[in-house]
Design a protein around this ligand. Structure first.
Ligand code: SF4
Length: 675
């Protein structure tokens, strides 16, 4: 059932909706529609934080909706796996085949032979963990640990503060010192930038910790271009300074925290000199950053995700997030920290599959290993909201797994992605402009209802429709289960806590928690069991193989000395929209590293390590630190000369906490490709 608001041959009109893509901001959108087609996408003023402007990525989202790569019909594979050759079938045929193969797999090996794989294609509450979870849990399928992003920071934030609500974008201008750590708002979460600029105009100082000279790093008072993976010793050196030289807030530590002495012990070895040597930065600049932080209030840390994507990522995030507690930066507007605010709404979603017994858990970062496993084998892989062939570490192992003859792969997608090319059955999915969604921001406090603005292209269907119908076809539908998209949306709204559900139903927007601008330790408090900040979680100390706050050395070798990073770009949201044209992709390298290898701008190079190889031109510039090279996040195979992306070079090892991805632990060598 579809309830779009437009019909053909209508005059141009504007529909206000919301962007649910995997970006912190969740902009309100004004979408212009004429004759049933999207003609423009712009910012709406409905959300005061996103304030009428949006990124260039989503401005061109209509090119995805109507582009040549859009999947319009269900199809079955007719060529070799990966060739992208398909024959059109009806929805009835496609869904019957999928249901039949899932039941066959369950009967032969048990439900765990079915692996659903999804992540972040939409960040909303409707397209993931609703009827999809009901289907797979009732089948007894393997469960996916969705850890590719934010798992280490989430574990750190939960242990320290119980995911306490953090500082709103609107309160950033009140800060007198802003620390941007592992985050580049000029590319992701762009609506934070004007608030930082306003703070700067009012005299705030800015510190940026990032291996690259990002636009805001260029303007910073202090830029610490740390070697990837060394954020932990840098943060611990600041803790050491606070404890040893008097910047620690003894009264706050005594009243509001526990574990401070254990943190102090682990920070003790990290002098400025030692940490700076490990991070490849200037010890004087590190001391200056610590002194500025200790002596300035309100001081705000915007903690991102760049520091989490390595072997030390959990402890690094924890050490960074612990700084405002040790330095006593809470209790004032504009002071404290800001991280993901999505948990602030108190939406636990405990209704999903809570009656089904637990099953095997597969860490999504180790998909290649799972596809090699035989205990039981993954016989059916059902991919939705994800382009795993492009986004998962150890790409070669993943592609080898997808090519298995005995693997039945279903891909439910909007466009012909790298993953879709490996499908046995291809199911066309609606975009967020063709379906309902409940979009929850993880930067600002925003929760809004998105609605379809046009009819689905071709025969595309929403997740609710497809998973609901599969539930029926495998004989697991039960009385009371929602039928179709509208019912699913109403069902979720009815389960949301008051007043969120009624607000969304009646006004399309929920009232922000804590007044939308909470002051930490004044309006909101840690949600830990004793309401204190746990600076040294014993559970996390046990989880981290080397121990909490314990640095694991750089994995580079003389053969592979360069750290490869894959930061977000201005072209894609993760890998979404990568089907659209973009400038040639180049490896970014510091001039010193290029000269040492005899490389010049535009040279064709191979970037390689024992896991794989990427071939592309090189770009030489000082906006990346020596010893580090960079390729954009979210590339597709077509973007490089040999059909592999940076993930072909990334290990499938896990972070110390949270089971996160270690993308930034890739160590590589680069050499010219001789013509
Ligand atoms: S991707 Fe982010 S900045 Fe772009 S429209 Fe969506 S929420 Fe706004």
């Amino acid at each position: 059932m579809k309830t779009a608001t437009t019909t053909t041959f209508t005059p141009a009109h504007t529909v206000t909706t919301v962007c649910p893509l995997d970006c912190p901001d969740s902009c309100s959108l004004d979408v212009t529609v004429q004759d049933g087609r999207i003609t423009a996408i712009d910012g709406s003023e409905a959300n005061p934080v996103t304030a009428g402007y949006i990124c260039a990525k989503v401005r061109r989202f209509a090119d995805r909706v109507y582009g040549a790569d859009r999947l319009l019909y269900p199809a079955v594979r007719k060529g070799p796996k990966g060739a992208g050759s398909f024959a059109r079938v009806s929805w009835d045929e496609a869904l019957e085949l999928v249901a039949e193969r899932m039941l066959e797999a369950r009967d032969r090996w048990g439900g765990e032979a079915i692996l659903p794989y999804s992540y972040g294609g939409s960040n909303g509450l409707l397209t993931q963990d609703t009827s999809d979870a009901t289907l797979f849990r009732r089948l007894g399928a393997s469960r996916l640990a969705r850890t590719v992003c934010a798992a280490p920071t989430g574990a750190a934030n939960m242990a320290l503060y119980g995911k306490m609500a953090s500082v709103s974008y609107e309160d950033v201008p009140d800060a007198r010192l802003i620390v941007l750590w592992g985050v580049n708002p000029s590319t992701s979460g762009i609506h934070l930038v004007p608030y930082i600029k306003e703070a700067r105009q009012r005299g705030a100082r800015l510190i940026v910790v990032d291996p690259r000279t990002t636009p805001l790093a260029r303007q910073a008072d202090i830029h610490l271009p740390v070697r990837p993976g060394t954020d932990l010793p840098v943060a611990l050196a600041i803790h050491r300074y606070l404890f040893e030289e008097g910047g620690a807030d003894a009264a706050f530590l005594a009243a509001q925290t526990r574990g401070a002495e254990r943190l102090r012990e682990r920070a003790q070895p990290w002098t400025f000199e030692r940490a700076a040597a490990e991070a490849g930065i200037d010890a004087g600049a590190l001391r200056a950053a610590a002194e500025a932080y200790a002596t300035t209030s309100p001081a705000l840390i915007r903690c991102g995700w760049g520091q989490e994507r390595n072997r030390n990522g959990g402890s690094a995030s924890m050490a960074i997030l612990a700084l405002p507690a040790v330095a006593g930066k809470f209790g004032v507007r504009g002071g404290g920290y800001t991280m993901s605010n999505s948990a602030s709404w108190g939406i636990a979603r405990t209704w999903i599959g809570s009656h089904e017994p637990p099953t095997r858990v597969v860490n999504m970062n180790q998909l290649g290993r799972a596809l090699e496993s035989s205990d039981p084998p993954v016989a059916v892989l059902f991919v939705y909201n994800s382009n795993l062939a492009a986004t998962t570490p150890h790409q070669r192992k993943v592609l080898d797994g997808l090519a298995r003859d005995d693997l039945f792969t279903v891909v439910f997608e909007q466009v012909m992605t790298d993953t879709a090319r490996y499908a046995d059955v291809l199911l066309p999915a609606t975009t967020f402009l063709e379906a309902y969604e409940i979009a929850r921001a993880y930067g600002p406090f925003s929760l809004r209802l998105g609605k379809p603005v046009v009819e689905p292209a071709g025969e595309a269907r929403s997740n609710a429709e497809v998973f609901g119908e599969l539930l029926q076809r495998v004989g697991l539908w039960r009385d009371g289960d929602p039928t179709g998209e509208l019912e699913e949306m109403l069902d979720v709204l009815a389960r949301l806590p008051d007043p969120i559900g009624p607000d969304l139903r009646e006004r399309g927007v929920a009232t922000p928690p804590h007044g939308g601008r909470p002051v930490q330790f004044q309006d909101v408090w840690p949600l830990t069991p004793d309401r204190k900040v746990d600076l040294f979680s014993e559970a996390l100390d046990a989880e981290a193989a080397a121990g909490l706050y314990t640095y694991q050395p750089d994995p580079s070798t003389p053969e592979f000395p360069l750290a490869l990073i894959t930061p977000a770009s201005e072209r894609t949201i993760s890998s979404t929209l990568a089907e659209l044209p973009r400038p040639e992709v180049r490896l970014l390298m510091h001039p010193g590293d290029a000269a040492a290898r005899g490389l010049a701008e535009g040279d064709a190079v191979r970037v390689f390590n024992p896991l794989g190889e990427v071939r592309c031109p090189v770009s030489v510039g000082r906006w990346i630190r020596p010893g580090t090279v960079s390729l954009p996040k979210g590339l597709w195979r077509k973007h490089t000369a040999n059909g592999y992306t940076a993930n072909a070079l990334c290990p499938d090892t896990l972070t110390d906490l949270g089971g996160g991805a270690c993308f930034n632990d890739a160590r590589v060598q680069v050499e010219r490709i001789s013509s």
